[in-house]
Design a binder for this molecule. Sequence first.
Ligand SMILES: Cc1cc2nc3c(=O)[nH]c(=O)nc-3n(C[C@H](O)[C@H](O)[C@H](O)COP(=O)(O)O)c2cc1C
Length: 402
Amino acid sequence: MLKGKHIVVGVTGGIAAYKACELVSRLSKQQATVEVVMTEAATSFVNPETFQALSRNPVITSLFQSVKYWEIEHISLAQKTDAVIIAPATANIIGKIANGIADDFLSTMVMASTVPVVLAPAMNTQMYENPVLQRNLELLKSYGYHFVDPCEGLLACGDTGRGKMADPALLEEYLVSLLMPKQDLAGQRILITAGPTREEIDPVRYITNYSSGKMGYALAEMAQKRGALVTLVTGPCQIPVPEVNEVVSVLSTEEMLQAVMIRYEQQDAVIKAAAVADYRPADRAAQKIKKQDDSSMELTLVKNPDILWELGKAKNNQVLVGFAAETENLIENAASKMTRKNLDLIIANDLTQPGAGFNHDTNQVTLLYPDGHSQQIPFGEKKKIADSILDEISRLLDGKIV
Ligand SMILES: Cc1cc2nc3c(=O)[nH]c(=O)nc-3n(C[C@H](O)[C@H](O)[C@H](O)COP(=O)(O)O)c2cc1C
């Protein structure tokens, strides 16, 4: 499946470097072009000749060894590759990448690269749990670096705990899904709403919420990668907009309603991931409201249209998916919302869970179906969660009566 892909395998100085041999062998068997870059420390664990034989390519071990031709190797390699995977990834390389240090071939090439970079951390449990390392991981995740998390087990240092590098087979699988996304949504028209809405009080003030748009954007990106024709209707967000068929930017809930309703008929599925404001100021002041002498002021709010309810009412064979972000009685509230709004699936999002909900790169959700059954999606990156949600939507679209 990886035939024709160019993959750089970075190997750093940890005991798990021997496992990178299996990874390189697996990728070569898939007929990918594999080039191995080793740090100096890595060469103390595995001989470069081993990787040379397994990859059938020269192995790079130093920033200056290759300054022979006109090409600057760390730049040209970064430009021609489809993905970089660093396995094992030491605490050191993670720290260097997170802090912009480029003092050897691997770290310099990563700095110059715009393709996906996957890291497979491997280290002693205390090193892995060190808050400095955890901060670096979070930072890199927020920049879009991919991680295949280490598992628990007996470590080379004799301890038992988290820090064991993920299996090479799992790393291979991750690369396949990253570089060869399945096309199970090919041709399906999916509209996704994302982000908060903004309800203006006057020309300088508004009511909104903490939604970042990350979950909706992750769904849009992954659906597009899986072949869907995606329309993203987005409230104001501060994150890069994914490349999808159509992007419609809106501000208020009413604008979002308009944008969604005029496109609804053409859609095969609609996913409402936006956190819309339920109320808006009754009147938007034309001029900035001046501070008064009174100790309080009153702002009258009126109810906004309920977009999901409108969609449920007008549903004509579309798969309709909603989100329920709750701080209490999650499952009950989500199930009742699903019934009231005629949904095919609701994604219950517990805002009280650490690392879940608004503004995080990670999430943990429960999928609820009208027949009463539910499915828990474990804590993970929003893109991974998005993929699991899309698996279900793909299944619902397959079963749709046309
Ligand atoms: C025997 C031995 C095993 C090591 N195993 C690991 C490891 O599993 N993970 C890690 O982060 N560092 C490990 N280290 C420490 C790294 O080799 C060290 O931090 C080095 O500077 C990493 O350099 P690099 O990231 O450029 O490869 C080990 C060191 C030794 C001597």
